[in-house]
Design a protein around this ligand. Structure first.
Ligand code: SF4
Ligand code: SF4
Length: 108
């Protein structure tokens, strides 16, 4: 039987089902660019940042760039725009702006 031939689906046994939802290699999520999901984006004010790392600690997408213990920017290829980093920042160093404004403005 062809793997995708479903004409006899009602009689399939467990071994007839194609494999799915399998990660064939570790670390491949970095190849999947999720930044396009954003409707709003966080914008970083480097001058206000105290490098406390709260945003880095809470970002669910590991999208806060850090080098030598300091925040260095935001990975817009993978940031989904959830806004958690903005919520957690205690120093007003992050704010959310509409993605449409970022694309046409100075925040890209
Ligand atoms: S939470 Fe705010 S102050 Fe702390 S590292 Fe992030 S941007 Fe900087
Ligand atoms: S908006 Fe969400 S995904 Fe993007 S950097 Fe902030 S916490 Fe991470």
């Amino acid at each position: 039987m062809s793997k995708w031939d479903v004409s006899n689906f009602d009689n399939w046994k467990s071994e007839d089902y194609p494999e799915g939802a399998i990660c064939l290699e570790a670390g491949n999520s970095v190849q999947y660019l999720t930044g396009g999901w954003r409707s709003d984006r966080p914008v970083w004010d480097e001058n206000a940042c105290k490098h406390c790392m709260l945003c880095w600690m809470h970002c669910p997408d590991a999208s806060i760039y850090v080098s030598d213990g300091k925040m260095t920017g935001i990975d817009y290829d993978h940031c989904k725009g959830c806004g958690i980093c903005v919520h957690e920042c205690r120093f007003d160093a992050l704010k959310m702006i509409p993605e449409a404004d970022a694309e046409g403005g100075n925040h890209a």
